[in-house]
Design a protein around this ligand. Sequence first.
Ligand code: CO
Length: 134
Amino acid sequence: MNITHIEHIGIAVHALNQAIPYYESLLGLSCYAIEEVAEQKVRTAFFQLGQTKIELLESTDPDGPIGKFLEKKGEGVHHIAFAVEGGLQLALDQAAEQGIQLIDKAPRKGAEGLNIAFLHPKSTHGVLTELCCK
Ligand code: CO
């Protein structure tokens, strides 16, 4: 698999309007986009740091993936996303060949129009891992 950089770090928060001021006022970053991903039942806020983004995730439904995460673990790092070159399906096939449990067997559309797929944290030493490809 050809990973070029960390595309983003996903962080679950209770409320974007409470978390964004921390990133803007203290860390000096600026939120350049807020986007709802209805299929994932989240609203996301993005900050850019070099090649990497911070993706804040607010749940829009307590039964959605972020709603469940917040209930179980509270706010915190939810996933790490790696940028993959050379095609996402190829990367997923390589992962499957090595016995990695795939959450998504085929790429799907994520925020910002990227193709994304998740690897199960049981197979990745505890880190929910997202692969992204343009
Ligand atoms: Co993500």
